[in-house]
Design a binder for this molecule. Structure first.
Ligand code: NAD
Ligand code: TDX
Length: 347
């Protein structure tokens, strides 16, 4: 079947974007993908090795704030999936400016290009995050994030993503544009930049370094395999209702301590490798997702996230892809790591 639909994907050289490209090319012969990515520190064309020669895929090196380029690519597309972002909470605490440039101004630039698209606006899927809802208490396990909650962002990263959510809402209400927003929980899987907790801990252990656990280690995250997230985004692209928000989650809550112990056990390491360090400022205590709306309306359910097998296969991917993470963990990464953990004294 020849492709019938062209998707402009932003941020396709990052962790989730590159997994989206792989999954879409493998499972969706009807789609052609244009990947627009600025190749910031976390964007890496190696993440696309092997699939980048597919005739249904093309890459454009550029910034989502480059209005003429964005307009040209939007004019060629039948839909936009917007994933490009500054994505790491700790970096947003060190310097929030790039987050507002990319996550707010970049989103606004894309929305304007879709509004002015030659031939009329097309569907715009905004990939947001559960962090826009703020934090849940540990002593109320029955509480979960649902789509009707107000946005209560606690980190500069979350505030920049929430601003994007509000822009999407405003463009839908004001200009009647076909915009759908997703809010997903923490992803894990291959090609994740080793500043995020799972690849950081696994690769530290492979280097025989300790793992820096923030605070009391009892903060909870809801873990979802990246391909489950990408399938949910495809379902929203195909069948999401205009103007709606869809939560995406794995119903897989783990404390950071529990996660760390699972990684240690998968790697045959002991608890002496845990280094407690000062807490992240404004550290959200618990994320938990009510994903019943996307299940009910779009029939999506996670199929790849069952724990501990999915975590163990992710650990194995980093063990087997030594040259990928060693290259990524060199150069400018070393400076970031030294700065980040110099400010987090061991406790
Ligand atoms: P990532 O940092 O691995 O990738 C981000 C990509 O965006 C990189 O390839 C980068 O080069 C590109 N990019 C950044 N600024 C750009 C700009 N101005 N112009 C063009 N490209 C630019 O991030 P990720 O973890 O893959 O996250 C992707 C999206 O999913 C983000 O929008 C993030 O907020 C959201 N999200 C992530 C998670 C998670 O657990 N990682 C969970 C929920 C939502
Ligand atoms: O060194 C560490 N030690 C530690 O204890 C790091 C990097 C993290 N942590 C803790 C902080 C969090 O409670 O682990 C948990 C997960 O941290 P991150 O991997 O930084 O993810 P998080 O802050 O939860 O945000 C992630 O999920 C939502 C993504 O980075 C976001 O892009 C996404 O929106």
């Amino acid at each position: 079947m020849p492709p019938t639909k062209t998707i402009l994907l932003t941020g396709g050289a990052g962790f989730i974007g590159s997994n989206f490209v792989r999954l879409a090319l493998r499972t969706r012969p009807d789609l052609r993908l244009i990947n627009l990515d600025a190749l910031t520190y976390s964007g890496n064309l190696e993440n696309l090795a092997g699939v980048d020669t597919d005739a249904r895929y093309s890459f454009h090196h550029g910034d989502i704030n480059d209005a003429p380029l964005v307009q040209r690519l939007v004019n060629e597309a039948d839909a936009v999936v917007h994933m490009a972002a500054e994505s790491h909470v700790d970096r947003s605490i060190m310097d929030s400016r790039p987050f507002f440039q990319a996550n707010v101004m970049g989103t606004q630039c894309l929305l304007d290009a879709v509004r002015r698209r030659k031939g009329g606006p097309v569907r715009f899927v905004y990939v947001s995050t559960d962090e826009v809802y703020g934090s849940l208490p540990l002593n109320r396990p029955e509480l979960k994030f649902h789509e009707g909650l107000p946005l209560v962002a606690n980190s500069p990263y979350a505030a920049s993503k929430a601003a994007g959510d509000l822009l999407c809402r405003a463009y839908h209400e004001t200009f009647h544009m076909d915009i759908v927003t997703t809010r997903c929980s923490n992803n894990f899987g291959p090609f994740q930049f080793p500043e995020k907790v799972i690849p950081l801990f696994v690769t530290n252990l492979l280097e025989n370094k300790k793992v820096p656990l923030y605070g009391d280690g009892l903060n909870v995250r809801d873990w979802l395999h990246v391909e489950d997230h990408c399938e949910a985004v495809l379902a929203v692209l195909d069948r999401g209702r205009p103007g709606e928000v869809y939560n995406i989650g794995g119903d897989n809550e783990r404390s950071n301590l529990e996660l760390t112990r699972s990684i240690l056990s998968a790697m045959g390491k002991g608890e002496e490798m845990i280094q407690p360090v000062a807490d992240r400022p404004g550290h959200d205590r618990r994320y938990a997702i009510d994903a019943s709306k996307i299940a009910r309306e779009l029939g999506w359910k996670p199929t790849r996230s069952s724990w501990p097998a999915a975590l163990e296969s992710t650990v194995r991917w980093y063990v087997d892809n030594d040259s990928w993470w060693r290259r990524v963990k060199s150069g400018a990464y070393r400076e970031y790591y030294a700065r980040q953990y110099a400010s987090r004294a061991a406790v």
